[in-house]
Ligand binder design. Structure first.
Ligand code: FAD
Length: 286
């Protein structure tokens, strides 16, 4: 395999929340075929394998993660073919959006402000009120759990709300069908979304975005706020005063404190409204 394999690598620097112990093995494959080799090797050696994108939706346990964490930052190529744009799983959404804006291809503004990599955005079907990642996806190249590389078309997509339906496959690259538009108009929409987000969400603080999925017909943030929980704290983790579905780390937080706060908030919302909030954030290790 081309790439790097390191032992006991601290994960906190890779995580948006800046929390988490080490990965037992941290693997950074160089190219698509190397990703397939890692998937096959982990299966043969019976090693747990986790794929890390931008680390913006994961809380890693303080004690770290057993097995392999595979980071796909090397898959960072972008290729344009007319209105179609193919991006590697390791391309960050901000980079992707900047590029589509510059070449006058519209559509991805709906993902403005999401600090994901393309692979993570696909795995989570990341989205906003304006739309989701899968809206514009025409094909997806993946490594399936048996180690084979496959190209999935729309007929194979199984996405749901905040779930790309990858069923254990690793996303390698995604092709989006976009619409030609004036770069200035795209930029204006992008700026307006960013402004709105900056006013309503604690974007400059360490968080994992929305902690809970929105229950059907309601917003988790509204329920948490109505339960009077803004500003509630466990250690260095606090329910944001700006957006109650965000928990922010003041720099001293731990995964244990995050989990405790999540349980406190869940219990309070359950007792006040009878609603069971389901976490959107993923937990690794612990
Ligand atoms: C400030 C902030 C704002 C946010 N705003 C939004 C928002 O508006 N809308 C929204 O939907 N989310 C939002 N999020 C949450 C987060 O950005 C999304 O869930 C995003 O899709 C996660 O992408 P990532 O690359 O960071 O993935 P990670 O957090 O690294 O991983 C998330 C999951 O995806 C899996 N994964 C990652 N890459 C791959 C791959 N190549 N193949 C298979 N599985 C993979 C991981 O194993 C994990 O299960 C926000 C987060 C933050 C911190």
């Amino acid at each position: 395999m081309h790439g790097s394999v390191r032992e006991q690598v601290p994960l906190a620097p890779y995580m948006h929340l800046r929390i988490g112990g080490p990965a037992e093995w941290f693997v950074e494959p160089f190219a698509e075929a190397d990703v397939a080799m890692v998937v096959t090797a982990c299966r043969d050696l019976d090693l747990p394998l986790r794929v890390l994108g931008g680390g913006s939706n994961v809380v890693v346990a303080d004690a770290g993660v057993p097995g392999v964490v595979m980071h796909l930052a090397s898959l960072n190529r972008m290729v344009r073919d007319g209105q179609r744009l193919t991006a590697g799983a390791g391309v960050t959404l901000p980079t992707l959006l900047r590029n589509t804006k510059e070449v006058g291809l519209a559509g991805l503004e709906r993902l403005t402000g999401i600090p994901a990599m393309v692979g993570g955005a696909v795995a989570m079907n990341a989205g906003t009120r304006d739309g989701e990642t899968f809206d514009l996806l025409t094909s997806l190249t993946v490594v399936e759990p048996d180690g084979r590389i496959a190209v999935w078309g729309r007929d194979r997509f199984r996405q749901q709300y905040r779930d790309g339906g990858l069923a254990g496959a690793v996303a390698l690259q995604a092709t989006f069908e976009l619409t030609p538009d004036d770069p200035a108009a795209i930029f204006a929409r992008f700026s307006a979304s960013l402004k709105k987000r900056n006013q309503s969400q604690p974007v400059s603080q360490r968080s994992v975005g929305c902690v809970f999925r929105n229950p059907s017909g309601d917003a988790a943030g509204r329920l948490i706020e109505q339960a009077g929980l803004k500003g509630t704290r466990q250690g260095g983790i606090e329910v944001s005063g700006l957006h109650a579905n965000y928990f922010v780390n003041d720099g001293t937080g731990t995964a244990a404190a995050f989990v405790q706060l999540l349980q406190d908030v869940r219990a309070a919302v359950r007792s006040r409204f009878g609603v069971e909030l389901e976490p959107e954030v993923k937990f690794w290790g612990g």
